[in-house]
Design a protein around this ligand. Sequence first.
Ligand SMILES: *[C@@H]1O[C@H](CO)[C@@H](O)[C@H](O)[C@H]1NC(C)=O
Ligand SMILES: *[C@@H]1O[C@H](CO)[C@@H](O)[C@H](O)[C@H]1NC(C)=O
Ligand SMILES: *[C@@H]1O[C@H](CO)[C@@H](O)[C@H](O)[C@H]1NC(C)=O
Ligand SMILES: *[C@@H]1O[C@H](CO)[C@@H](O)[C@H](O)[C@H]1NC(C)=O
Ligand SMILES: *[C@@H]1O[C@H](CO)[C@@H](O)[C@H](O)[C@H]1NC(C)=O
Ligand SMILES: CC(=O)N[C@H]1CO[C@H](CO)[C@@H](O)[C@@H]1O
Length: 560
Amino acid sequence: MADVPRWFSLALILLCTHLAGGFSITSPFGLSVARTPALPDLYEASVPELQAGLDAGLFTSVDLIKAYFARIEEVNINGPGLRAVIELNPSALKEAALLDAERKLTGRRSELHGIPILLKDNIATIAAEGMNTTAGSFSLLGSIVPEDAGVVKRLRKAGAIILGKANLSEWAEFRDNLASGWSGRGGQASNAYFPHADPCGSSSGSGIAASIGLAAVTLGTETDGSITCPTSNNNLAGIKPTVGLTSRAGVIPISAHQDTVGPMTRSLTDAAIVLSVIAGKDPNDNFTLVQPPVVPDFTKALNKNALKGKRIGVPRRVFLNDSITGNDPSINVAYEKALLTIKALGATVVDPADLPSADDFVTSNNETIVLNVDFKVQLNEYFAALLENPSGVRTLADLIKFDDDNPTLEEPAGFEDQSQFIQAEATNGFDAEYFAALMADHDLGSTQGIDFVLKKFNLDALVLPAPGLTTSPAAVVGYPIVTVPLGFFPENVTIGSAGPETVYPAPGVPFGLSFLGTAFSDFELIGFGFAYEQKTQTRLARKAFPAAIPKTQLKDVLGK
Ligand SMILES: *[C@@H]1O[C@H](CO)[C@@H](O)[C@H](O)[C@H]1NC(C)=O
Ligand SMILES: *[C@@H]1O[C@H](CO)[C@@H](O)[C@H](O)[C@H]1NC(C)=O
Ligand SMILES: *[C@@H]1O[C@H](CO)[C@@H](O)[C@H](O)[C@H]1NC(C)=O
Ligand SMILES: *[C@@H]1O[C@H](CO)[C@@H](O)[C@H](O)[C@H]1NC(C)=O
Ligand SMILES: *[C@@H]1O[C@H](CO)[C@@H](O)[C@H](O)[C@H]1NC(C)=O
Ligand SMILES: CC(=O)N[C@H]1CO[C@H](CO)[C@@H](O)[C@@H]1O
């Protein structure tokens, strides 16, 4: 496990009694002193810190829910209007009270017992609890899902509390190249590090919320970049798990071949805790049936020496070429420093370790061919499985019409496009072109891609800046990516446009470092990311802009 804060060990050896206005602490030396113990700062609080405070009775899960709700209220629509959250869970306080009682009676079920988690709005929760599952679209408002998503079942069993639903790029960015972080229901989400900066997507709200402590932890989903990129832009640690490690049952789909659900958190420690809970087989998602028989305890990967003696490859061609990736040069400056750190941590950096397929990622249309076909088939299946949908939308064709019929809701100025939907609707199922593209993807990502270089240079992993084309080789074969903070754009970076209402890059906006590997190398990648994260502590180097930092803390809700 990661280092626990010093006050945790204190809490274990000291006897704490809750008194009005403070705590009476009997020290191991027999002295009795009245003082107010440090409550964790919710901007940064880790899951182990929160568990320690809950176990010690310093606060309850009910207090945590109240505090996070208040923090969301401060900055979501009010203040800087970050629009990170679409809905709050009206049952959360009731659920928290039950879990508090259970903790007192029989202790906690898991590391996530009583921990509030925010879900991207494409992850289904039963309607009876009071929340919708809509991928940000009015076409799914009031829809009744058949059951909780597979990952939600696991979270509930572990005692986690669903805090609410996070805004996202509508339909996980598959409607078209609309600005990241915009959805009909949630509006334009924005970054907490610079006013109106791009939070990236499609798990935008999950990223923003985790970055400033609007929830303890969050979940996102990735098809190609949707966990990695918002993790990068929001100064987070994120895991895009191997496709098939976490269940996609009950997740509004793009493609069974590429979709995956993973944690987005302030530290890899928290991410590993969440992944250990949500990973595992699910009869409702047959891709999970091929995973290794035992789900690892991913917290066991949190080893500061994990890079020692490892061989890490640098796929320089294409992926580090700014004129192809469009990355600001400051990213590669920070990346070259990161390579030195990785060496200093005991790894051999193999540079270059180019992918034979590198150039194809600039031009290949194979991924789009597969996604278009999968999306139409699987979204239609999702609609068909709904017990009710008040909008009447039951197919992709209905959805396209719904958007055009409701322009104020779904096609406001600057957000009209749905050309990817139209392309997908024009496909004809699993035809010869589809299977050829699927096979080509396997070549590009694996036999001429990631697996090729890993084998050729006897590597343990590849490392790249998160922004650029980094996610594509892993995306097309469902391979894992672990991303940690790398740096921040400098004050003099040229501010660019990212959409009708957002800018990118911009001064102080974060960017990340990604470790990539083969199928089910998630455990090893977490170790590499952790070693780098702990050595550099880059997340702590910069905070959100002042107005985007919520002020409510646990002390403001205790006893209220
Ligand atoms: C979401 O759905 C529930 C019931 O399914 C409904 O009561 C609630 O008002 C909805 N939320 C919003 C914001 O419309
Ligand atoms: C999962 O099931 C679908 C059909 O239900 C099938 O096409 C696909 O090959 C199966 N995938 C795996 C990994 O078993
Ligand atoms: C980077 O890409 C450009 C455009 O394709 C190419 O002209 C240039 O040679 C590349 N640079 C390197 C160092 O490979
Ligand atoms: C698919 O990838 C292959 C390389 O593996 C390439 O030759 C082909 O042109 C690509 N097809 C499309 C439609 O981009
Ligand atoms: C920003 O400042 C750095 C360091 O002084 C300099 O190298 C760089 O060229 C500047 N960039 C821009 C866009 O002015
Ligand atoms: C929790 C929350 O603040 N939700 C808001 C998200 O944005 C929509 C659109 O502005 C509001 O209607 C919700 O109340």
